[in-house]
Design a protein. Sequence first.
Length: 171
Amino acid sequence: MPTVKHNTGEAEDLRQTPFKNCRDFNAEMLPKIEISGKDPNPWLKDDAPRWSNPNHDVLNEPGSDVCQPDHAEWRSAPLCMPHTTKYAVVDVDGNWTTATIYANISQKVGDRYPHINFESHGFNAKGDPIGEDTPLNKYSLTIEDAGNLARALLLLIDLALGTSDDLGEVE
């Protein structure tokens, strides 16, 4: 039977060496698989962009028993604007809540650049909330596309108001 000598000075069956190497490898990897502590991917927080807001990030859901880093993303706090041409609702004290447009920055952890997102939240004719899970109310733009949209909106505002302030115009 073929044998190989290891530093132990003991002869070992050559056919068993690959299995021992695999067992050693698995023993080395186990601490990276069964992680003690609260966060299996602390780098998600450590590598967060400066605009990221931990209260809005989707990293490892608190209290969840599942973590999937390739679905994780950093998010900024949203900017909220009234969407006054849509339904509003009144509460028992007589205060009105308008529909809103939310805009934020997000970046999936595997993406090179962030995106600008905006979505509409509002109410139907019965006053029930809509927009949370409506894909047609959500847009995600590259930084360049968002810049082009911002320029286009400023130009359209100028055109509608008959004004010009040269914002958004390129010579």
